[in-house]
Design a protein around this ligand. Structure first.
Ligand SMILES: N[C@@H](CCC(=O)N[C@@H](CS)C(=O)NCC(=O)O)C(=O)O
Length: 207
C-alpha cells in the first residue's frame, strides 16, 4: 500500500494528482512543512524517510522515494494505466525525459529562487523582493519561450495524450501564477485545461 506524505498545494500536489490519474489505492498523510510538531517535516521520524525534511515523500511498503519527478514516474510505472509515461518507444521516452528535466532544471528554478529569497533562506542571505523579482521574472520569461517551443501548440506535452509530463508543466505554471509571474494566455489555458481533469479535481479536494 502506498502512503504519500504531502502538504496542500506544494510540490507534493503533483504526486497526489498522479496517484488519482493512476487509480492506485493510497493513503495521504498531511504533514506540516518546517515544523517539529507531531506531523512536522522536521521531526526525526519524518527525516528518517526524507533526510531533507521536504515533501513529497512516497512510501510503498518498505520502499521510500523522494523527489517529485521520480515519484511521478514510479506511480506511472506502478499503474495499470500504461499511457501515463511512454513505454517501448525510445523517441517518445526521450521527449518525455527532455520536458521533465527542462521543467525541473530550467522552468522551475527562477520560481524556486524567488520563493527562497521570500521565505526560505536565512534573512541575512535574502535579496530585496524587487531585485530578486526582476532577475527571476526575466529568467522565467526566457524559459517560457522554450516551453512554448517544446509544446509547439500541442494539446499535450508528449504523444498527443496525457502523461505525467503534463502534471509537471501545468503544476509549475499554476505555481508561477500564484506568485504573480506573467504567463502567456495560451500556456495558462493549457494549464487550466489540465487542472480541469477529474483526477486533478479529486486531488484538489484532498490537498
Ligand atoms: N526537488 C524536490 C523539491 C522538494 C521541495 O523543495 N519541497 C518543498 C515544498 S514545495 C519543501 O518541502 N520545502 C521544505 C523546506 O525547504 O524545508 C522535489 O521536486 O520533490
Amino acid at each position: 500500500m502506498i502512503t504519500l506524505y504531502g502538504s496542500a498545494q506544494s510540490r507534493s500536489f503533483k504526486a497526489l494528482w498522479a496517484l488519482e490519474e493512476a487509480g492506485i489505492p493510497y493513503e495521504y498523510k498531511q504533514v506540516n512543512i518546517g515544523k517539529t510538531d507531531e506531523n512536522g517535516t522536521q521531526t526525526e521520524q519524518y527525516k528518517r524517510l526524507n533526510i531533507q525534511g521536504k515533501v513529497p515523500t512516497l512510501v510503498d511498503d518498505d520502499f521510500v522515494l523522494t523527489e517529485s519527478a521520480a515519484i511521478l514516474n514510479y506511480i506511472a510505472n506502478t499503474s495499470e494505466n500504461k499511457t501515463l509515461i511512454p513505454h517501448d518507444n525510445n523517441i517518445l521516452q526521450a521527449q518525455y525525459d527532455q520536458i521533465c528535466y527542462f521543467v525541473l532544471s530550467e522552468l522551475e528554478q527562477p520560481l524556486w529562487t524567488f520563493v527562497k529569497h521570500m521565505f526560505v533562506l536565512p534573512k541575512e542571505l535574502r535579496i530585496k523582493r524587487t531585485e530578486i523579482k526582476k532577475i527571476t521574472a526575466w529568467e522565467f520569461a526566457k524559459q517560457l519561450e522554450t516551453l512554448s517551443h517544446l509544446l509547439n501548440n500541442r494539446q499535450f506535452a508528449v504523444n498527443n495524450h496525457f502523461t505525467m509530463a503534463d502534471i509537471m508543466i501545468s503544476f509549475t505554471l499554476r505555481w508561477a501564477k500564484s506568485i504573480k509571474f506573467e504567463i502567456p494566455e495560451d500556456l495558462m489555458r493549457y494549464s487550466d485545461r489540465m487542472y480541469q481533469r477529474p483526477a486533478c479535481q479529486r486531488a484538489l479536494k484532498k490537498a
